[in-house]
Each structure stands twice: as structure tokens, then as C-alpha cells.
Write a protein that binds this ligand. Sequence first.
Ligand code: NAP
Length: 527
Amino acid sequence: MSNSTTTGSHAGSPGHTGPLPAHVDVLVVGAGFAGLATAIGLDEDGRDFLVVDKGDSVGGTWRDNTYPGAACDVPSQLYSFSFAPNNWSRSFSAQPEIKAYLDGVAERSGVLDRFRFATTVDHAEWDASVARWKVRTSAGELTADVLVSGAGGLSEPKLPDIEGIDAFGGEIFHSARWNHDVDLAGKRIAVIGTGASAIQIVPELQKVAGHLDVYQRTAPWVMPRHDRTYPAFERLALRTVPGLQKLYRTAIYWGRETYVPAFTVAPDIAKPAELLAKANIRKAIDDPELRRKVTPDFKFGCKRVLISNAYYPALAADNTELVTDRIARITPTGVVTADGTEREIDVLVVATGFHTTDQPIAHHIVGREGRTLADTWAESGMQAYRGTTIAGFPNLFQVVGPNTGLGHSSMVFIIESQVAYIRDALRVMAHNSYAAIEPRPDAQAEWNHSLHKRMGRTVWSTGGCASWYLDEHGRNTTLWPRSTFNFRLGLSRFDTRAYRVTGPVPEPTTPSGPTPGTPTEREVVPA
Ligand code: NAP
């Protein structure tokens, strides 16, 4: 399996190559939308911080996913920072434009000298005696008062556990690790998966492949994609007319919020959308058998709703076969399905998603009680307070943490809400000289109880599908079951009352004073 990270251009985000400092006030892990927004916010507040990222530039998932056809299915006017408007070329931007946008924002914001690329966090452990995180990275060790993880839920490719896959003799790569060196023209290609990535890849491969096999386990709902290039006059107006871009953004935002009831309380509202999606099938596919195969058998919205005008036509093309028989094994030369048929191929593209509910970073973070985040979550599933802070893990903030994902709108809105909360938390900590904060277990439990009570009514729970939203216990630990403005409202101020706070670390000066380096543990009842 090719494991090389194929990244986009790193022009515009060179980062810094010097040695790591011994200490920073805030260490941020990840340089995608989340890490970059955090860095810019911390910089505005004049904080001492460092961002580390395993890749060679900013962009996160928009750096790593360079597969043909990669584009965003949320309109760019909304899928961008509120504080950094851009003159987008089209409504749903492709990966190169989004990557260039992030490079540009990083460069213009002047924070890149505090980014260290090609640096992975191997271990981060809370040291209560000094109220700091001790962090080991591939580039050396450092300490940090506060750790912010912006490592993302869609960063670690999930490979299918299929017999024989390791012995495949042709070219094989994951959608998020595309091997651009492989010439695909005229080749026999197979794609495993029919999720958001696959439905963008398949039309591009169909154009160049000699033959294309698409292995589908579950048929997704696919709606028409209302994408368009902005004509020159519209781009000019968006650039020059005061408030126009903001108006577009606001209209898209509220338009998207109208989807929330269909996902969260009354899935039957989405019946007309199902009819539209079925019309999308009929428009592109004549063969009744193929129509039957691509028609989903679960409620609209239960899995992520996809948008494409090119996917169904590509499946209907002469050089494509949609295979719905279960994959039994992979041989050095092809894919064998349960009925015993072997289809020979030259290239295998694995578009099987990411480790979302078992995030790799959780294995590397050790909290107050000496347990990793992964162990802490092993039985309960991923849990946090307001999707951002975690009991037992002082001074740890997770951007895009548990139950912050969306099925309908822009994650950038969620990210900005969380960054505002983190900035407020740091202000409160500095103002009160708190050495450490962490959510009280009862506050976290109450938050999760009410969240999961709501979750029970959502289409993700009742829609009759399995999805990456659910963990191994069947709990939805990834999505936010309410409107995004409700999420933002809840994070608009750091709510100290929900936290256990630890007083300042005493100065290690007087021999008769408190033991140097021992924080005064106290429950502070905020005014
Ligand atoms: P995904 O949605 O998890 O889809 C994975 C696909 O692989 C599914 O069709 C799944 O089938 C199939 N699969 C997994 N294991 C398999 C196995 N062992 N055998 C056969 N099939 C298998 O992953 P993704 O498409 O990479 O998308 C992940 C998320 O990334 C999206 O939901 C979205 O949030 C984001 N994304 C967004 C965009 C965009 O904005 N345009 C583009 C790409 C990705 P089942 O359905 O049966 O599980």
C-alpha cells in the first residue's frame, strides 16, 4: 500500500525550520482550517504559540486530498473564513483553489514563522506538578501550558480489511494519498467505495480508463450539483460592492440551516428531496437494473448526502461496471467477489474513508490520571464538553472534537465558534491566574446526556443505515444534532462554572513557601 503523502504545492506556507523552543504557552497540532484559525486568533490576542503539522504546508485535508475531481460540496462563500473573504471563481470550489486560499490566508496573516512542518506529535502527557503538557515530537521535546488539537477527523485513511489486499501486484493507493505518478490512461481500474470521495473520483477515472469497476457496498443518495463558474461581472461585483459577498454568505448559511429539522427531528420532511434524487437517477441511467442498484434503501440524510451531476452518467458509461456483490478477496491481479467472479485490474483505488471515531491522535495524549484519551474513550465512545474540552485532560482543547461534525453546513463555522471559545478560555485563565482548567465530569456527562437524547430522534439514528458517523457501539459521536447557531451560542462565552479550575503555580522562590512547582489545587467557585 502506497503510504506516501502526496501533497499540493507548499508555496505560500514555508513555515520555519529552526529548532523547537523549550516551552510555548500554546501548542497547536495541525495546520488545516482548524489549526490556522486557532493560530490567527492566538496571534491577534498576542499569545505565545507554535503550530506543528505532519505535512509540508498548511491545508490539512485540502493539502492531502489531491485526487482527480476533488472539490468541496459546501459553497465556498460559506466554506471559508468569515474574516478572510475571497474572490472565488465558482460556487463549489475545487481542491487547488481551496488550498491556494489557505496558503494565501496563512501568508497574509503573518503567522507562518510559528509553524513547524514535517513534525508529528508522538506523545503529549499532562504533568500536574508544573501544570504543563510535556510533548515529544519528531523534531524534539517541548512543554506547553495549553494544548490545542486541530488534528481533524478526516486525516488518517482507513484501509479496508480485505483478504489478500497486501499482496495485490498492481498499483494501489487510498483516495487521500493519490499517486499522481501512475499513468491511468487506458488502464483497468477498480474503485472500492461509493462515498463523497469516490463519487468525485469515478467520473474522472471513467474518462481515461480502459475499463472501470466500481465496488459498491451501500448506494448513497446523490443530489444534483448546482455548481457554476461566476461570470466576470459577478466576480467584480462580489469584490467591489460593499456587503454583497456577506449577503451571499448569509443567504447560503440560512438556506443550509433550513435542512436541520429534516436531519434532526422530522426526517419525513426530506421526502421531496428523495424524489429529486430519484429523478437524478432516472435522468442519467436508462438500464432498470442499474437504476435499482444505485437506489438507496435507507432514509435520505442517514449517510452524508452527496451531490454530483457526473457520477450517474459515469456509472452508465460503456466502460464502467457497478459491482454490488461483496468483495471476497483480492488476488495479485484482481478482485474476486462472493460469487467467485474475478475481475482483473491494473490499478486499485481505495476510497474507503477515514478513522473518524477512533482518532489516531487520541492514542498519543495522556491525561491527568495517566490514561490516554483513546483508553478514556474506549468504553464510552468519544466524549467532550461542548465538543471542545475533556474531563481528565486539563488545558486540552479539541477543535472539531466529538459531536461537532455537520451533515448540512460548513465546518468552518463550527471551527470559528470553537476558536472563539478557546480564546475566551485563555483570557479567563490569564485574568484569574488559573494554571489549569478542565470540565467537571458532571457538566460533561450532562452535556452528553442531553446531546444523545436528541441524537435518538435524528435521521442518523432512525434512518436505517450504517455510517462513519457511528462508532463501534453504534453511538453517533461525530455529528452535532442541532442548528449551527445553537452550537455557536453555547460557545459564545467560556462558562467557568462548568469547570474545575486549579490555582496558579507558585513561584519557586522562598524556601519556606509552598513546594516549588506544585500548583495549588483548589476548587474555585467563580463569581
Ligand atoms: P466514506 O464516506 O466513509 O465512504 C467510504 C466508502 O467506502 C463507502 O461507500 C463505504 O461503504 C466503502 N467501504 C468502506 N469499507 C469498505 C469495505 N471493506 N468494502 C467495501 N466498501 C467499503 O469516505 P469518503 O468518501 O472518503 O468521505 C469521508 C468524508 O469526507 C465525507 O463524508 C465528507 O465528510 C468528507 N468529504 C467531503 C468531500 C467534499 O466536500 N466534497 C469530498 C470527500 C470527502 P459503506 O457506505 O457501505 O460503508
